[in-house]
Every structure is written in structure tokens, then in C-alpha cells.
Design a protein around this ligand. Structure first.
Ligand code: ARG
Length: 614
């Protein structure tokens, strides 16, 4: 892996500059194959980073410094070539060694952990990470923001877990507030227990829409809603029982839909859990003298640096009831007490940026220094998320639409792109669903999370663009190649046979995997991994055409696809020429297997379930 080469080059630099090896590690990166210099460099030393790190003097001409240093470095059995670029030194490593080191973990059957135990990733702090995501509101619409939160949060949780953290996945439902007064009162008038049991999300939404219309002109309904919510806050058993039923049935149904999406939660928490604690938080703030009374009679915390009430946050309404933020403060404190997390990550759209910045500030003001390790990952808006039948109301609508459209595409396609769904796949719906969901995820993860984007079914489902379909297609194709050669792989292979540019591209790309994960862990943006995997798929596509495995020449193909023939050939001491072909096939197979594993591993971190056929 990259670590091996980074270490070797660092040692070389250490000897030349009389410094310790470690100081050079952060300045050495694996080169992206597309940005390759003519020299075919694999690793690159950045002189500007060395200057920033104080390893080289930051005065003088940087290019001169680069050339001077490069001139002092000698080639050896690991580094074949040293060249310079603008403020960088490029290292090309021995080709046989490149293949050997990159492919080594796969020979040990350690495919799933490829890159994860690298020195670079081991240097990251590890601990307990609580990720809170999805968090829809009971009875309200599940909007595009909730979908984004669900898939982004899942990605962050997967990433943190892969990097060796203990991850707690939490869903914080909007299960409290005045809307439950409306819902409770509304259910008494418009609700139906059977419908609630059959289709809770749908029915609660219907009741909610009806009651909202009703309160526009009915004072009685308004009063009934206020009464119901008061009963709830006072824990009156009838109201609580009904509310509990709403919540339980909702969670049950959500669990089914999340399952389709490949998402799960360890804990279904919610605003309701912290109702009483929120009042305690208010008392605590009062004791600390941090609570002020505003002109409108509300209780506020003054967050303005000058203490002149120019930036206040309301924690209690004038009638003494708590707000969203009050419950969030209580929830954060309780989570820290219960789970002792080292870091906590909240995932919501950017309209809540101010909310979270106030939340963290208040927690710190209260003396909770751990709030400095809380983070809000925010994302932009999605425009135009619609299905054929109209607006999206439930998560299920989006998943059904993705599946239906993908199934249609799979059946339509006349090219060999997909095997005909109905003929070859055991469960075409299931495959269509998985591929459709990958399309959704890749569309969402391609750009910076902060950006807004336009939801586009046709574009995201294209098989040949930079889409989730392309990732799945490449994965399925690699699986099929591996299936066709089942048993043909011998234990050994000659890494120095992988000399073609196409092979080198794949190897160089695999060499970068740990750096990509490292970068992702720093800014929690999925786009690095998406871009990396799409590029890998493009290289694999070229390799499919340029590096036949079970292909031409025909006789070799037959030999290789049949394990008994391979054995026979060996026994008969086949001709050198044929032997060379077989060796080549072995090396290529190994390369394709490695590419498939890394592709699958990366897809899983993104929250995509790779399909073996499509
Ligand atoms: N239920 C909220 C909404 O739909 C999101 C909750 C975010 N998490 C939190 N701890 N405030 O907007």
C-alpha cells in the first residue's frame, strides 16, 4: 500500500535532509492517475507543505529549492525515477513492486479491510461517535431534506465505523410540540384505528391535513388541540396512550422503509424524551444567572458578545412552555451522560445552521466543554423531487419511483448493458431497487453537500454517465468476470506482468484509497469517495477492453476458463507462449478482483449495496 512507498521515500528524504522520517509523511501523497506527469509518477512530495511544516526554510526561490533537493536524491530498487514539477518532486516506483504491494492484501484474503489499517488512517483519533440523522416529524411530510439527512448521516456513520470508531446511530423524531395537540384532537374527529394500523404514516398525515384546515375556522377545534397538548404535557394517561400509539406505529413503518434504503438506527429518540429535562435545563440556566426576561415576557439567553441583548435565543415562551432548542439542549446533555460520546454529529439542512451554532454556544456557556466536539453537518436544498404522481409525501414514494424507473430501464435496454431483468435475475425488482437507490445516492453525493441541486430522475439513472448505475454496472461486470473464471486462479501470480498503462492506472488509483478516506474523515464530504470510485470504474472499463482475461486469443480463453485445463496444461508442461498467457491472465484476474473489492468496499461506505448481477 501507499504506506510502504511513503515510508521508503520518507527514509530517503530523512537521510538526505538529516531529519526524522515521520516529518515527511504528511507531505507525500499518492498521485491521481489522471493528473499524472509524463514520468508516470506514483507519489509526490509537496515542497510548499514542507515549508509550511517548517522542514525547509520558507524563504528563497521554491523551484530552486525543489531542483536542489531532487538532485540530491538517488534512485534505488524501490524508486525507479525522480523528476520535478512545479514545487513538487515526483517519484515513480518500481512497477513490479507497485503491483506486488497494492495487491498483497488481497492475496491474504483481507479484501474487506484493504487500506483501512494504513498508517495514515491509524493516525486518526478513535472513540465513540454519535451520529444523529434522518429525524423526520411524525404526521408531517418526509421531505427531500429528510432524505438527504438520512443518506448523508448513514454515510458519515459508515465512514466513522470503517475507521474504527464505535458508532451510535440515532434518529431524533419530531414527536412533540403543538402539532400533537392538533393531531390528537384531529384524530378524535377524523381518525380511524384500522386505517392507523394499516397505514400509519398515510393516515396520520391525512388527519393532520384535515385538522389544520378545520382549525382555520373552528375555535372549538383550536381549543380541543390546546387541551389535548396540555393533557399530554401533564402526562394524562388517555392522551399519552394515543400519542404512544402514533409514535410506535410510525417508527415501525419507518423501520421497514429504512430497511429498503439499507439504513438502520441503534436508537429512536425524539423531542418527547426530553420534555421534562428541558424544564430542568431552564432552571439550571436560571441558577447560573444566564436566563433573562425579554420585553415580550419570554425567557432568553443572551449570546451577544457585548451582552447587549442584540443576539438572544429564546428558551421559554411567555406561557412557560419549552421550544425546539430547549429540548435540544436537554437532549445533548442527556446523550453525553448516557453514551459518553467523544464527538457528536448532527445532520440537517442549512436552514438550521443558526440553531445548531446557538445550541453549541449555550452548551459551552453552561460549562459543557464537550460541546466543542459537537458538529453540525449541513447541506443544501433539493429542488423538484417529484414522482410521476406528484409531490413526494413519504420516503416510500421516492423508493418506489426509483425502483419502477430502474426496472423500466432494465427491461427497455437493448444493449448488453444489463442482462434482461426478467430472464436472468432471480429478483429483478430487488436489483432495480438497489440500483435505483445507488443512483439517488450518487446524484446527491457528487457535489459539495452545501450546494443546492436539481433532482433529475433521467440524468441520475443514465447507465453510462457518472452515476450510481455506472458504479453498479461496473461492479456487476467485474463479478461476472470473476464468476466466469471461478477456480481458474492459482495461488501465485507474477506482479511484474502488470505493465500496461491501463493496469498501472488501476494500481495507482487503488494506492490512493486510504488518502481518500482520510480526506473524507476530515471534512465528512462524500464527494471525494464518489469521484474516486467513478474514476476507478472508468479505468476498469478501459481495462475490460484492453486487458482481456477470458477473451482472445480464443484457445487461451478456453484454457483459463476451465480449471481442469489449467491443471492439465501445467501437468503437460505447456509451451512457454501459452504459459505466458496464463500468467498474464492470473495477474489480470488478481487486478480485477482487487478493483472489485475496493469498489464494493467504497460503495458500502457510501451506503450503496453492490449488486452481483444486473
Ligand atoms: N425534526 C427536525 C426537522 O425535521 C430535525 C431534527 C434535527 N435534529 C435536532 N437535534 N434538532 O426539521
Amino acid at each position: 500500500m501507499a504506506c510502504f512507498f511513503r515510508r521508503k521515500i520518507a527514509a530517503k528524504l530523512a537521510r538526505t535532509l538529516q531529519q526524522s522520517e515521520d516529518v515527511f509523511i504528511p507531505s507525500l501523497t499518492a498521485v491521481s492517475p489522471l493528473k499524472k506527469q509524463q514520468s508516470g509518477a506514483d507519489l509526490r512530495l509537496s515542497l510548499s507543505t514542507l515549508r509550511v511544516e517548517g522542514i525547509l526554510p520558507s524563504s528563497g526561490d521554491i523551484q530552486l529549492q525543489t531542483e536542489n533537493l531532487a538532485a540530491q536524491l538517488k534512485q534505488d530498487s524501490v524508486v525507479e525515477d525522480i523528476s520535478t514539477g512545479h514545487a513538487v518532486i515526483n517519484f515513480k516506483v518500481n512497477r513490479g513492486l507497485l503491483a506486488e504491494k497494492v495487491l498483497e492484501p488481497f492475496a491474504k484474503g483481507d479484501d474487506d479491510n484493504f487500506g483501512l489499517n494504513s498508517e495514515l488512517l491509524n493516525s486518526l483519533p478513535r472513540g465513540t461517535t454519535l451520529v444523529e440523522y434522518s429525524s423526520p416529524n411524525i404526521a408531517k411530510k418526509f421531505h427531500a431534506g429528510h432524505l438527504r439527512s438520512t443518506i448523508i448521516g448513514n454515510f458519515i456513520a459508515n465512514l466513522k465505523q470503517s475507521l474504527g470508531n464505535n458508532v451510535i446511530r440515532m434518529n431524533y423524531l419530531g414527536d412533540w410540540g403543538m402539532q400533537f395537540g392538533l393531531l390528537g384532537a384531529g384524530f378524535k374527529q377524523f381518525g380511524c384505528v384500522e386505517k392507523l394500523k394499516d397505514n400509519p404514516l398515510q393516515h396520520l398525515f391525512e388527519v393532520y391535513v384535515k385538522v389544520n384546515k378545520e382549525v382555520e375556522h373552528s375555535e372549538d377545534m383550536k381549543q380541543a388541540a390546546r387541551d389535548f397538548f396540555r393533557q399530554l404535557e401533564q402526562h394524562e394517561s388517555q392522551a399519552v396512550t394515543l400519542w404512544q400509539q402514533f409514535r410506535e406505529l410510525t417508527v415501525k413503518e419507518y423501520q421497514q422503509v429504512y430497511k429498503r434504503l439499507g439504513v438502520h438506527f441503534d436508537i429512536y429518540s425524539g423531542e418527547s424524551f426530553h420534555q421534562d429535562q428541558a424544564q430542568e435545563v431552564v432552571q439550571e440556566l436560571q441558577r447560573r444567572g444566564l436566563l433573562k426576561v425579554s420585553e415580550r415576557g419570554t425567557r432568553v439567553v443572551d449570546l451577544s458578545p457585548e451582552g447587549d441583548m442584540t443576539n438572544v435565543c429564546t428558551l421559554l415562551r411567555s406561557d412557560g412552555t419549552t421550544l425546539y432548542i430547549t429540548r435540544d439542549i436537554a437532549a445533548a446533555i442527556s446523550r453525553r451522560e448516557t453514551h459518553g460520546f467523544d464527538e457528536m454529529i448532527y445532520v440537517t439542512d442549512k436552514s438550521q445552521e443558526n440553531h445548531f451554532s446557538q445550541l453549541f454556544q449555550i452548551l459551552v456557556t453552561m460549562g459543557h466543554s464537550w460541546a466543542e466536539r459537537c458538529q453540525h453537518v449541513s447541506f443544501g436544498l433539493v429542488q423538484g423531487m417529484k414522482t410521476r404522481t406528484g409531490d413526494v409525501v413519504f420516503l416510500e414514494d421516492v423508493l418506489d419511483e426509483a425502483r419502477a424507473r430502474m426496472l423500466h430501464n432494465m427491461n427497455q435496454t437493448s444493449s448488453k448493458l444489463c442482462v434482461l431483468a426478467s430472464k436472468e435475475l432471480e429478483n429483478p425488482e430487488d436489483t432495480a431497487e438497489r440500483v435505483g437507490i445507488s443512483a439517488l445516492i450518487v446524484q446527491d453525493f457528487k457535489g459539495p453537500l452545501q450546494g443546492d441541486y436539481k433532482f433529475d430522475w433521467d440524468r441520475m439513472l443514465q447507465a453510462r454517465g457518472d452515476t450510481g448505475v455506472f458504479l453498479q454496472y461496473t461492479h456487476a461486470r467485474l463479478c461476472s468476470l470473476i464468476r466466469r473464471n471461478e477456480g481458474a486462479e492459482t495461488g501465485t501470480f507474477n506482479p511484474s506482468l502488470l505493465q500496461e498503462q491501463t493496469s498501472i492506472n488501476i494500481l495507482q488509483q487503488l494506492l490512493r484509497y486510504d488518502e481518500i478516506l482520510h480526506q473524507s474523515s476530515k471534512d465528512l464530504q462524500p464527494r471525494h469517495l464518489v469521484t474516486f470510485l467513478l474514476k476507478l470504474c472508468h479505468f476498469v472499463a478501459s481495462a475490460h477492453t484492453e486487458l482481456p482475461v477470458a477473451g482472445s486469443p480464443q484457445d487461451v480463453a478456453q484454457v483459463v476458463t476451465s480449471p481442469s485445463c489449467t491443471f492439465l496444461l501445467k501437468a503437460l508442461n505447456c509451451t512457454a507462449n501459452q504459459n505466458h498467457f496464463i500468467m498474464n491472465q492470473q495477474a489480470r484476474l488478481r487486478l480485477f478482483r482487487a478493483a472489485r473489492s475496493v469498489l464494493a468496499n467504497g460503495m458500502k461506505i457510501l451506503g450503496i449495496t453492490p449488486v452481483p448481477k444486473m
